[in-house]
Ligand binder design. Structure first.
Ligand code: GLN
Length: 270
């Protein structure tokens, strides 16, 4: 696309989904969506046209919008994201809602496999009384989580830990996790946005349940009496996760549906 083109003409000619084109344009030009409309006749400078061309190329090559922009909204907050972390999904807001509902006053909460820190930070922002800890085995992910905690002035303790490995005897009132749960070889892993996301955050490279099994297995030792465990899982894993929780002696075991009506989180009480 040439410099000298108007914003409006650029939008009509961009070889992209209309919404993506608008998002990239507001990002590249530093405009709001309203300014994009009121300035639709304004022409693009050479510099702007060049910057846009690079963004459009990245999008055409399949890169997720969130990585191109470097951010994604989750639970009403803007989170920095890089290819070191999973892009926060709307269905994961269910985990935040459950944690906010079940965490006792001044409760200690642990988020396992925090990635961008979206879950832990959203909880900490909405519950200043809580003591929020979050772990991840990836140092690169923890650096992103640290930035997000600072950005939202959230007091979150970040720990590098392979699941329960670095926790010692510590106990919490509530544990949440959105672990890798996609089955090894699932076709989705080689399609769309998922191709660009950290594969170890998506799949356990096995049957999809091995991380969930490890969490249920260790959670009992790290939950105080009557503490809740909530885990996100795949659309067809609810029954299996409930069975795991029941087999490990959890009480009140149940599943919760996401906005699409899919059982997306399961958990129980120690
Ligand atoms: N919900 C994600 C997806 O299906 C997977 C996230 C995860 O494995 N924790 O794309």
């Amino acid at each position: 696309m040439q410099a000298g083109t108007s914003i409006d003409a650029w939008l009509r000619a961009a070889p992209l989904d209309r919404l993506d084109a608008r998002i990239l344009l507001t990002h590249a030009l530093g405009l709001t969506r309203m300014q994009l409309i009121t300035q639709s006749e304004r022409t693009l400078s050479v510099d702007e046209a060049d910057r846009l061309a690079i963004l459009v190329r990245r999008r055409i090559d399949g890169e997720p919008i969130a990585y191109i922009l470097g951010s994604r909204e989750f639970y009403g907050l803007s989170f920095d994201v890089t290819p070191d972390v999973l892009i926060p999904r709307p269905e994961t807001e269910l985990l935040v809602e459950l944690a906010l509902q079940y965490l006792p006053p001044n409760g200690r909460l642990l988020d396992m496999g925090t990635g961008s820190g979206a879950i832990a930070v959203a909880i900490a922002v909405n519950r200043p009384d809580a003591q929020v800890s979050a772990l991840d085995c990836s140092a690169a992910a923890l650096a992103v989580a640290q930035r997000n905690a600072e950005k939202h002035h959230a007091g979150v303790e970040l720990l590098q830990s392979d699941w329960f490995g670095a926790l010692g005897q510590r106990q919490f009132d509530l544990i949440v996790s959105n672990p890798p749960y996609i089955v090894s070889g699932d076709l989705h892993l080689s399609q769309g946005d998922l191709r660009f996301e950290p594969v170890d955050a998506l799949t356990d490279h096995r049957d999809g349940l091995s991380a969930l099994r490890q969490i249920v297995d260790g959670a009992g030792d790290h939950l105080c009496a009557a503490g809740w465990l909530f885990m996100e899982h795949g659309y067809d894993q609810a029954a299996a996760v409930r069975e795991l929780a029941i087999a490990h002696g959890f009480a009140d075991v149940q599943s919760w549906k996401d906005l699409a009506g899919i059982e997306r989180v399961s958990g129980g009480r120690r």
